[in-house]
Write a protein that binds this ligand. Structure first.
Ligand code: 8GT
Ligand code: MN
Length: 527
């Protein structure tokens, strides 16, 4: 790899396979023409060792074919582009963004950026090399775009604002978060949404809220009505919000919070349990007849040899199981464990379908240090839409993970497949997973959502599952109201004729929607 000097030329390797003689000559000529010299230094240079190159130019479209020329692990660290990239870069007199020139079938090449976190960081390391910055500022679009988006804090749509994981007014948001949660638990949905929106707006406000900016900025922020402003003022003058403290201390709030944190229990059920006299999780365990060693299916190879459990009988996730595993499922998941779970899942997925790719989404992707569950979108480039191929892959993978003894429960749900065009493009499996016990990790049960996507829906699924919830809500609203489109994780369609767009990247989805790119770590439009 090139050194730290910004003058290092990009090393370009040309794979001759599948190129005709004329094209080979044309491409080599492009690499040698004078116009790539600037201040006496070449911007590109022909490289004769593929392993040493920065950029691989090829007409090969399939990963399998490519692997005849380069080891996949090494390939993942390089930009693998079509000959057109070299032509257009030549035209531009500089290395242009690789984005639209992925050589492998589009979903496949995304591997370079979207595979395992480890590869992600390798790729970003590669992209942020100084020589790349010099040649190609647009390959680092995220920085400047975020800067522009940061100025949008007054706007109504969360999908136009930058929302960091933690903001300057975080302690205030924690207090407002209690009020939001209380209203949600009581079934006061409109009221709860008001708080949710207020929280999201404050999340994007770049300064510490103070008396000096209250009249100039805060009173003009969208969604902050009189009541909300009153609470914020209260916090500003006293350092607390009385109602939040009372709420937090109340038995009802504590019970409803605990009940609704159990899998499958919503606010309405939680309130019913409370009305029935239940107060604690232990009460709830008794109510659901959950014993110490209750019927959580055994993890481990043993369960597979038990012929009572067969392929189509992987038990479903239920409230009862959620209760039995309550303590495990309440334990936050550190990022390192998310990564290990992802690695293990993809190891098995690649066994079934070597070309499949994946992105860890959800809170992990937004940068949370600890997550409540693990969400992984798995894309299958070779899968045809129509038929049941997406689901079939999902089921096979679930079975494999089950047989390996790392997965104990799973339920399948077709996702958002309301419209005909979207049928069978996206499947979700809600599972419980536990890494094999080793020196580092206890065998803790974790909630793992696996989302299987056909190529048409891979990028929208990634956006739809990256969250946060409020960001997604406003993305759908923006698409509908401002763009006449329909966005959800199963695809992006034009409303008037239901035409399904075929985005080639996550960024492309933003482009189609007329939105500035927002980095996943700036989509935290919740507390
Ligand atoms: P956490 O897991 O650490 O609590 O945080 P999170 O990863 O942000 O929350 P999550 O509950 O796992 O949800 C991740 C994203 O997936 C959210 O933006 C949510 O809107 C989205 N999401 C679901 N369920 C579903 C679903 O059934 N369909 C679709 N399309 N999106 C969903 O949570
Ligand atoms: Mn999650």
């Amino acid at each position: 790899m090139g050194g730290p000097h910004t003058t290092d030329p990009l090393k370009v390797y040309i794979i001759q396979a599948k190129l005709d003689q004329d094209t080979i000559i044309e491409l080599h000529n492009l690499l040698e023409r004078d116009k790539y010299y600037y201040n006496g230094s070449a911007k590109f240079t022909l490289c004769n060792d593929i392993n040493e190159s920065d950029v691989v130019v090829t007409a090969i479209k399939m990963r399998k074919r490519l692997e005849r020329h380069i080891d996949w692990e090494i390939a993942k660290q390089k930009a693998i582009v079509t000959p057109q990239w070299l032509r257009d870069s030549a035209q531009a007199g500089k290395a242009i963004s690789f984005q639209d020139y992925a050589a492998l079938s589009e979903i496949n090449n995304s591997n370079i950026i979207h595979d395992s976190p480890e590869n992600q960081s390798r790729a970003s390391q590669f992209l942020s090399r100084p020589s790349f910055q010099l040649f190609n500022p647009s390959s680092l679009e995220e920085e400047p775009t975020n800067e522009r988006v940061k100025a949008n804090w007054r706007l109504r749509y969360a999908c136009k604002r930058a929302s960091p994981l933690v903001c300057k007014n975080q302690p205030l948001l924690v207090e407002l978060g209690v009020l939001y949660r209380a209203r949600e638990l009581e079934g006061l949905e409109v009221n709860a949404l008001g708080y949710e929106r207020a929280i999201a707006v404050i999340k994007s406000y770049p300064n510490l809220i103070a008396h000096e900016n209250f009249e100039t900025d805060i009173v003009h922020l969208p969604f902050l009505g009189e009541k909300m402003l009153f609470k914020i003022r209260e916090y500003l003058t006293t350092g607390r919000i009385q109602e939040s403290e009372t709420t937090r201390a109340s038995q009802r709030f504590q019970s409803l919070s605990a009940f609704s944190s159990v899998y499958g229990v919503g606010p309405a059920t939680a309130r019913k349990l409370y009305d029935d006299g239940l107060r604690t999780i232990d009460d709830m365990k008794r109510y659901y007849d959950v014993q110490e060693d209750t019927e959580v299916p055994q993890l481990g190879a043993n369960s597979v040899t038990n012929d009572l459990i067969r392929k189509d009988q992987i038990p479903n996730l239920s409230t009862k199981v959620g209760l039995a595993l309550y303590e495990d499922l309440e334990t936050p998941i550190p990022r390192s464990e998310v990564e290990q779970i992802h690695d293990l899942v993809m190891q098995e997925a690649r066994y079934l379908m070597p070309e499949c790719i994946s992105t860890v989404v959800g809170g992990y992707r937004r940068g949370k240090p600890y997550c409540n569950d693990v969400d992984i979108v798995i894309g299958c480039p070779n899968i045809q839409s129509g038929g049941n191929q997406v689901k079939a892959l999902g089921e096979k993978l679930i079975k494999r993970l089950y047989d390996r003894g790392v997965l104990c429960l799973s339920g399948f749900h077709a996702q958002d497949s309301v419209r005909g065009a979207h049928l069978n493009l996206l499947e979700k499996a809600m599972t419980i997973f536990a890494l094999p016990k080793n020196a580092v990790h206890q065998r803790v049960h974790r909630r793992l959502d696996l989302i299987f996507a056909a190529p048409e829906t891979y990028w929208t699924a990634i956006i739809g599952w990256t969250g946060s919830k409020m960001f997604e809500r406003d993305l759908r609203l923006w698409a509908k109201v401002e763009m006449g489109m329909k966005f959800d994780s199963s695809g992006l369609t034009r409303r008037y004729d239901s035409k399904l767009f075929m985005p080639s990247s996550e960024r492309h989805v933003f482009e189609i929607l007329g939105l500035d790119w927002i980095d996943p770590t700036m989509r935290n439009a919740d507390v």
